[in-house]
Design a protein around this ligand. Structure first.
Ligand SMILES: *Cc1c(COP(=O)(O)O)cnc(C)c1O
Length: 361
Protein backbone atom coordinates (compact mmCIF):
# COMPACT_ATOMS: atom_id res chain seq x y z
CA UNK A 1 0.00 0.00 0.00
CA UNK A 2 1.18 3.52 -0.74
CA UNK A 3 1.86 5.76 2.22
CA UNK A 4 -1.08 7.91 3.30
CA UNK A 5 -1.12 11.55 4.33
CA UNK A 6 -1.44 11.20 8.09
CA UNK A 7 -3.04 14.15 9.90
CA UNK A 8 -2.99 12.47 13.32
CA UNK A 9 -2.65 14.74 16.36
CA UNK A 10 -0.22 12.28 17.93
CA UNK A 11 1.56 9.98 17.59
CA UNK A 12 2.00 11.56 14.22
CA UNK A 13 3.79 11.62 10.90
CA UNK A 14 7.60 11.41 10.87
CA UNK A 15 9.84 12.60 8.02
CA UNK A 16 10.16 9.85 5.40
CA UNK A 17 13.91 10.28 5.20
CA UNK A 18 14.10 9.60 8.94
CA UNK A 19 12.09 6.40 8.62
CA UNK A 20 14.26 5.31 5.71
CA UNK A 21 17.44 5.96 7.63
CA UNK A 22 16.09 4.05 10.63
CA UNK A 23 15.17 1.15 8.36
CA UNK A 24 18.61 1.16 6.79
CA UNK A 25 20.23 1.04 10.25
CA UNK A 26 17.74 -1.40 11.74
CA UNK A 27 19.80 -4.60 11.65
CA UNK A 28 23.26 -3.11 12.07
CA UNK A 29 23.76 0.34 13.53
CA UNK A 30 27.03 1.74 12.16
CA UNK A 31 28.89 -1.57 12.20
CA UNK A 32 27.90 -2.48 15.77
CA UNK A 33 26.10 -5.59 14.52
CA UNK A 34 23.01 -4.62 16.53
CA UNK A 35 19.89 -2.56 16.24
CA UNK A 36 19.71 0.55 18.44
CA UNK A 37 16.72 -1.20 20.05
CA UNK A 38 18.94 -3.99 21.31
CA UNK A 39 21.88 -2.01 22.55
CA UNK A 40 22.92 -1.41 26.16
CA UNK A 41 22.17 2.16 27.11
CA UNK A 42 25.53 2.15 28.90
CA UNK A 43 27.45 1.22 25.74
CA UNK A 44 29.83 3.65 24.08
CA UNK A 45 27.81 3.48 20.89
CA UNK A 46 24.60 4.46 22.64
CA UNK A 47 26.31 7.13 24.69
CA UNK A 48 27.31 8.83 21.44
CA UNK A 49 23.67 8.73 20.26
CA UNK A 50 22.15 10.36 23.35
CA UNK A 51 24.94 12.95 23.57
CA UNK A 52 24.54 13.82 19.93
CA UNK A 53 20.75 14.10 20.35
CA UNK A 54 21.20 16.56 23.21
CA UNK A 55 23.87 18.57 21.38
CA UNK A 56 21.64 18.83 18.29
CA UNK A 57 18.62 19.90 20.34
CA UNK A 58 20.72 22.57 22.06
CA UNK A 59 22.05 23.79 18.73
CA UNK A 60 18.74 23.76 16.84
CA UNK A 61 16.77 25.43 19.65
CA UNK A 62 19.59 27.69 20.86
CA UNK A 63 19.26 26.43 24.44
CA UNK A 64 21.40 28.53 26.81
CA UNK A 65 24.13 26.83 28.86
CA UNK A 66 22.34 27.39 32.15
CA UNK A 67 19.56 25.02 31.09
CA UNK A 68 19.54 21.25 31.45
CA UNK A 69 17.99 18.98 28.84
CA UNK A 70 16.37 15.86 30.29
CA UNK A 71 15.19 12.83 28.31
CA UNK A 72 12.45 11.24 30.39
CA UNK A 73 9.44 8.96 30.11
CA UNK A 74 5.87 9.23 31.34
CA UNK A 75 4.61 11.66 28.72
CA UNK A 76 3.72 15.31 29.08
CA UNK A 77 1.04 14.09 31.50
CA UNK A 78 3.69 13.11 34.06
CA UNK A 79 5.02 16.65 33.92
CA UNK A 80 1.68 17.91 35.21
CA UNK A 81 2.76 16.35 38.54
CA UNK A 82 6.52 16.61 38.22
CA UNK A 83 6.45 20.38 37.80
CA UNK A 84 4.58 21.08 41.06
CA UNK A 85 6.51 18.41 42.97
CA UNK A 86 9.77 20.09 41.99
CA UNK A 87 8.78 23.74 41.78
CA UNK A 88 5.93 24.35 44.26
CA UNK A 89 8.35 24.69 47.10
CA UNK A 90 8.27 28.38 48.09
CA UNK A 91 4.87 29.99 48.54
CA UNK A 92 3.21 26.77 47.39
CA UNK A 93 1.21 28.78 44.83
CA UNK A 94 1.10 28.65 41.05
CA UNK A 95 -0.89 30.42 38.31
CA UNK A 96 -2.57 28.77 35.34
CA UNK A 97 -4.17 29.93 32.10
CA UNK A 98 -6.86 27.44 31.12
CA UNK A 99 -6.83 27.25 27.34
CA UNK A 100 -7.97 23.67 26.96
CA UNK A 101 -7.88 20.17 28.35
CA UNK A 102 -4.13 19.85 28.74
CA UNK A 103 -3.80 23.18 30.52
CA UNK A 104 -6.67 22.16 32.76
CA UNK A 105 -5.06 18.84 33.59
CA UNK A 106 -1.84 20.63 34.56
CA UNK A 107 -3.94 22.89 36.82
CA UNK A 108 -5.87 20.03 38.40
CA UNK A 109 -2.76 18.00 39.10
CA UNK A 110 -0.99 20.99 40.69
CA UNK A 111 -4.06 21.57 42.87
CA UNK A 112 -3.21 18.31 44.62
CA UNK A 113 0.09 19.74 45.82
CA UNK A 114 -0.55 23.40 46.46
CA UNK A 115 -2.63 26.48 45.78
CA UNK A 116 -3.33 26.55 42.06
CA UNK A 117 -4.93 29.74 40.74
CA UNK A 118 -6.79 30.20 37.47
CA UNK A 119 -5.66 33.53 36.04
CA UNK A 120 -7.83 33.33 32.92
CA UNK A 121 -9.79 30.78 30.93
CA UNK A 122 -11.36 30.51 27.49
CA UNK A 123 -13.76 27.78 28.49
CA UNK A 124 -16.74 30.11 27.87
CA UNK A 125 -16.25 29.71 24.11
CA UNK A 126 -15.04 26.11 23.98
CA UNK A 127 -11.40 27.25 24.13
CA UNK A 128 -11.60 28.81 20.67
CA UNK A 129 -9.35 31.73 21.63
CA UNK A 130 -6.45 32.71 23.90
CA UNK A 131 -7.70 34.96 26.72
CA UNK A 132 -6.21 38.43 27.27
CA UNK A 133 -4.02 38.42 30.34
CA UNK A 134 -3.81 41.18 32.93
CA UNK A 135 -0.53 40.96 34.88
CA UNK A 136 -2.14 42.73 37.85
CA UNK A 137 -4.15 39.52 38.40
CA UNK A 138 -1.03 37.33 38.54
CA UNK A 139 0.09 35.94 41.93
CA UNK A 140 3.28 37.93 42.66
CA UNK A 141 4.85 35.25 44.87
CA UNK A 142 3.81 32.26 42.78
CA UNK A 143 6.37 29.48 42.41
CA UNK A 144 5.57 29.27 38.71
CA UNK A 145 3.15 30.39 36.02
CA UNK A 146 1.91 27.67 33.65
CA UNK A 147 0.69 27.91 30.06
CA UNK A 148 0.07 25.43 27.28
CA UNK A 149 1.76 27.19 24.37
CA UNK A 150 -0.08 25.37 21.60
CA UNK A 151 -3.45 23.80 22.30
CA UNK A 152 -3.49 20.59 20.32
CA UNK A 153 -7.18 19.81 20.72
CA UNK A 154 -8.63 23.27 20.08
CA UNK A 155 -6.08 24.61 17.60
CA UNK A 156 -5.04 27.81 19.37
CA UNK A 157 -1.61 29.12 20.31
CA UNK A 158 -0.11 31.93 22.34
CA UNK A 159 1.49 34.51 20.05
CA UNK A 160 2.75 36.63 22.94
CA UNK A 161 4.02 35.36 26.24
CA UNK A 162 2.69 36.53 29.62
CA UNK A 163 4.97 38.99 31.44
CA UNK A 164 5.56 37.09 34.65
CA UNK A 165 8.56 39.04 35.97
CA UNK A 166 10.56 36.88 38.35
CA UNK A 167 7.99 34.12 38.42
CA UNK A 168 9.27 31.25 36.25
CA UNK A 169 7.14 30.66 33.18
CA UNK A 170 6.48 26.97 32.59
CA UNK A 171 5.10 25.84 29.24
CA UNK A 172 3.73 22.64 27.82
CA UNK A 173 5.12 22.73 24.28
CA UNK A 174 4.22 19.16 23.29
CA UNK A 175 2.56 20.09 20.02
CA UNK A 176 4.69 23.05 18.91
CA UNK A 177 8.27 22.30 19.97
CA UNK A 178 10.65 22.59 16.99
CA UNK A 179 7.94 24.15 14.81
CA UNK A 180 9.50 27.62 15.02
CA UNK A 181 12.26 29.36 16.99
CA UNK A 182 11.52 29.92 20.66
CA UNK A 183 13.38 32.13 23.14
CA UNK A 184 14.18 29.51 25.77
CA UNK A 185 15.51 32.17 28.15
CA UNK A 186 11.96 33.46 28.65
CA UNK A 187 11.03 30.18 30.37
CA UNK A 188 11.86 28.36 33.58
CA UNK A 189 10.73 25.02 32.21
CA UNK A 190 9.64 23.76 28.79
CA UNK A 191 8.32 20.24 28.46
CA UNK A 192 7.01 18.11 25.63
CA UNK A 193 5.78 14.64 24.91
CA UNK A 194 7.89 13.81 21.85
CA UNK A 195 5.22 12.02 19.82
CA UNK A 196 3.90 15.13 18.06
CA UNK A 197 6.91 16.80 16.52
CA UNK A 198 10.08 15.05 17.66
CA UNK A 199 10.02 11.27 17.76
CA UNK A 200 7.81 8.25 18.33
CA UNK A 201 5.93 7.96 21.65
CA UNK A 202 7.86 7.08 24.78
CA UNK A 203 10.14 10.07 25.10
CA UNK A 204 9.41 13.22 27.11
CA UNK A 205 11.79 16.16 26.80
CA UNK A 206 12.25 18.64 29.64
CA UNK A 207 14.32 21.81 29.26
CA UNK A 208 14.82 23.37 32.68
CA UNK A 209 16.78 26.33 34.06
CA UNK A 210 19.42 25.01 36.42
CA UNK A 211 18.44 27.08 39.43
CA UNK A 212 15.00 25.44 39.42
CA UNK A 213 16.55 22.02 39.99
CA UNK A 214 17.27 20.67 43.46
CA UNK A 215 14.28 21.93 45.43
CA UNK A 216 11.91 18.97 45.11
CA UNK A 217 9.62 18.24 48.01
CA UNK A 218 10.64 15.40 50.31
CA UNK A 219 7.72 13.26 49.22
CA UNK A 220 8.82 13.43 45.56
CA UNK A 221 9.38 9.93 44.17
CA UNK A 222 12.99 9.49 43.07
CA UNK A 223 11.96 9.00 39.46
CA UNK A 224 10.05 12.30 39.52
CA UNK A 225 12.89 14.39 40.86
CA UNK A 226 14.53 16.55 38.17
CA UNK A 227 17.77 16.56 40.13
CA UNK A 228 18.15 12.78 39.91
CA UNK A 229 17.82 12.88 36.13
CA UNK A 230 20.01 15.96 35.74
CA UNK A 231 22.78 14.48 37.91
CA UNK A 232 22.69 11.24 35.93
CA UNK A 233 22.58 12.66 32.43
CA UNK A 234 19.09 11.17 31.89
CA UNK A 235 20.62 7.74 32.62
CA UNK A 236 19.46 7.15 36.20
CA UNK A 237 17.51 4.28 34.75
CA UNK A 238 17.04 3.01 31.21
CA UNK A 239 16.03 5.95 29.02
CA UNK A 240 13.65 5.50 26.04
CA UNK A 241 16.65 4.57 23.89
CA UNK A 242 15.06 4.07 20.51
CA UNK A 243 12.86 7.16 20.68
CA UNK A 244 15.93 9.25 21.56
CA UNK A 245 17.72 7.80 18.52
CA UNK A 246 14.81 8.74 16.24
CA UNK A 247 14.73 12.18 17.85
CA UNK A 248 18.38 12.58 16.86
CA UNK A 249 17.52 11.69 13.26
CA UNK A 250 14.62 14.18 13.30
CA UNK A 251 16.94 16.90 14.59
CA UNK A 252 19.47 16.09 11.85
CA UNK A 253 16.63 16.42 9.35
CA UNK A 254 15.65 19.84 10.74
CA UNK A 255 19.24 21.04 10.79
CA UNK A 256 20.50 19.64 7.48
CA UNK A 257 17.49 19.15 5.22
CA UNK A 258 15.24 22.00 6.40
CA UNK A 259 17.97 24.41 7.46
CA UNK A 260 16.96 25.15 11.05
CA UNK A 261 13.97 26.52 12.92
CA UNK A 262 13.64 29.84 11.03
CA UNK A 263 13.23 27.83 7.85
CA UNK A 264 10.95 25.37 9.63
CA UNK A 265 8.76 28.28 10.67
CA UNK A 266 8.55 29.67 7.13
CA UNK A 267 7.57 26.25 5.87
CA UNK A 268 4.97 25.78 8.61
CA UNK A 269 3.48 29.24 8.04
CA UNK A 270 3.20 28.63 4.31
CA UNK A 271 1.60 25.24 4.93
CA UNK A 272 -0.93 26.54 7.46
CA UNK A 273 -1.80 29.47 5.19
CA UNK A 274 -2.84 27.13 2.38
CA UNK A 275 -5.38 25.48 4.67
CA UNK A 276 -6.59 28.61 6.49
CA UNK A 277 -6.97 30.59 3.26
CA UNK A 278 -9.13 27.83 1.88
CA UNK A 279 -11.23 27.63 5.08
CA UNK A 280 -11.77 31.41 4.93
CA UNK A 281 -13.00 31.26 1.35
CA UNK A 282 -14.96 28.01 1.54
CA UNK A 283 -18.76 27.93 1.41
CA UNK A 284 -18.88 24.58 3.16
CA UNK A 285 -15.99 24.41 5.63
CA UNK A 286 -15.01 26.89 8.30
CA UNK A 287 -12.29 27.10 10.94
CA UNK A 288 -13.43 27.10 14.57
CA UNK A 289 -10.76 29.34 16.10
CA UNK A 290 -10.36 33.13 16.36
CA UNK A 291 -8.04 34.10 13.53
CA UNK A 292 -5.45 35.87 15.65
CA UNK A 293 -4.93 32.78 17.81
CA UNK A 294 -4.77 30.13 15.10
CA UNK A 295 -2.27 27.32 15.60
CA UNK A 296 0.31 26.53 12.94
CA UNK A 297 0.16 22.86 13.90
CA UNK A 298 -3.45 21.85 14.60
CA UNK A 299 -6.27 23.11 12.40
CA UNK A 300 -9.81 22.28 13.53
CA UNK A 301 -12.69 22.86 11.11
CA UNK A 302 -16.34 21.94 10.64
CA UNK A 303 -19.05 21.95 8.00
CA UNK A 304 -21.72 22.76 10.58
CA UNK A 305 -23.48 19.47 9.85
CA UNK A 306 -22.36 16.40 11.82
CA UNK A 307 -23.46 13.93 9.18
CA UNK A 308 -21.56 15.78 6.51
CA UNK A 309 -18.50 15.92 8.80
CA UNK A 310 -18.63 12.14 9.19
CA UNK A 311 -19.04 11.68 5.45
CA UNK A 312 -16.06 13.91 4.81
CA UNK A 313 -13.83 12.05 7.28
CA UNK A 314 -14.80 8.73 5.71
CA UNK A 315 -14.30 9.81 2.11
CA UNK A 316 -11.05 11.57 2.94
CA UNK A 317 -9.69 8.40 4.56
CA UNK A 318 -10.63 6.37 1.49
CA UNK A 319 -8.72 8.90 -0.61
CA UNK A 320 -5.58 8.56 1.54
CA UNK A 321 -6.02 11.48 3.99
CA UNK A 322 -6.25 9.77 7.38
CA UNK A 323 -6.89 10.72 11.00
CA UNK A 324 -8.90 13.86 10.18
CA UNK A 325 -11.65 13.20 12.72
CA UNK A 326 -11.79 15.97 15.32
CA UNK A 327 -11.10 15.30 18.99
CA UNK A 328 -13.94 13.42 20.65
CA UNK A 329 -14.79 16.46 22.79
CA UNK A 330 -14.98 18.90 19.87
CA UNK A 331 -16.34 16.94 16.91
CA UNK A 332 -15.87 18.02 13.30
CA UNK A 333 -12.43 17.68 11.80
CA UNK A 334 -8.88 18.49 12.77
CA UNK A 335 -5.87 18.43 10.48
CA UNK A 336 -2.63 18.23 12.44
CA UNK A 337 0.05 19.53 10.11
CA UNK A 338 3.20 18.99 12.14
CA UNK A 339 6.72 19.61 10.84
CA UNK A 340 6.88 16.30 8.97
CA UNK A 341 3.67 16.86 6.98
CA UNK A 342 4.88 17.80 3.51
CA UNK A 343 3.46 20.87 1.75
CA UNK A 344 1.98 18.58 -0.93
CA UNK A 345 0.00 16.81 1.79
CA UNK A 346 -1.80 20.05 2.63
CA UNK A 347 -2.17 21.09 -1.02
CA UNK A 348 -3.71 17.75 -1.88
CA UNK A 349 -5.98 17.86 1.16
CA UNK A 350 -7.28 21.27 0.08
CA UNK A 351 -7.83 19.99 -3.46
CA UNK A 352 -9.82 17.11 -1.99
CA UNK A 353 -11.85 19.49 0.20
CA UNK A 354 -12.68 21.57 -2.89
CA UNK A 355 -13.98 18.49 -4.68
CA UNK A 356 -16.00 17.50 -1.63
CA UNK A 357 -17.42 21.00 -1.41
CA UNK A 358 -18.43 21.01 -5.07
CA UNK A 359 -20.20 17.68 -4.61
CA UNK A 360 -21.90 18.49 -1.30
CA UNK A 361 -22.41 22.24 -0.83
C1 LIG B 1 -0.45 15.24 23.56
C2 LIG B 1 -0.37 16.31 24.58
C3 LIG B 1 -0.27 16.03 25.95
C4 LIG B 1 -0.30 14.61 26.48
O1 LIG B 1 0.89 14.01 26.21
P1 LIG B 1 1.24 12.55 26.77
O2 LIG B 1 2.65 12.41 26.31
O3 LIG B 1 0.29 11.61 26.11
O4 LIG B 1 1.09 12.56 28.24
C5 LIG B 1 -0.13 17.07 26.82
N1 LIG B 1 -0.12 18.34 26.39
C6 LIG B 1 -0.21 18.65 25.09
C7 LIG B 1 -0.17 20.08 24.66
C8 LIG B 1 -0.34 17.65 24.14
O5 LIG B 1 -0.44 17.96 22.84
Amino acid sequence: MARVYNFSAGPSVLPESVLEKAAEQMMDYEGSGQSVMEMSHRSKTYDAIIKSCEALLREVMGIPDNYKVLFLQGGASSQFAMVPLNLMNGSGKADFVITGQWANKAYQEASRYGEAHVVASSKDKTFSYIPELDPSTFTPDADYFHICLNNTIYGTRFTKLPETGNVPLVADVSSCILSEPIDVSRFGVLYAGAQKNMAPAGLTVVIIREDLIGHARDITPTMMNYQIHADNGSMYNTPPCYAIYICKLVLEWIKNDIGGLEKMKERNEAKAKILYDFLDSSKLFRGTVEKKDRSLMNVPFVTGNEELDAKFVKEAAAAGFVNLKGHRTVGGMRASIYNAMPVEGVEKLVAFMKEFEAANA
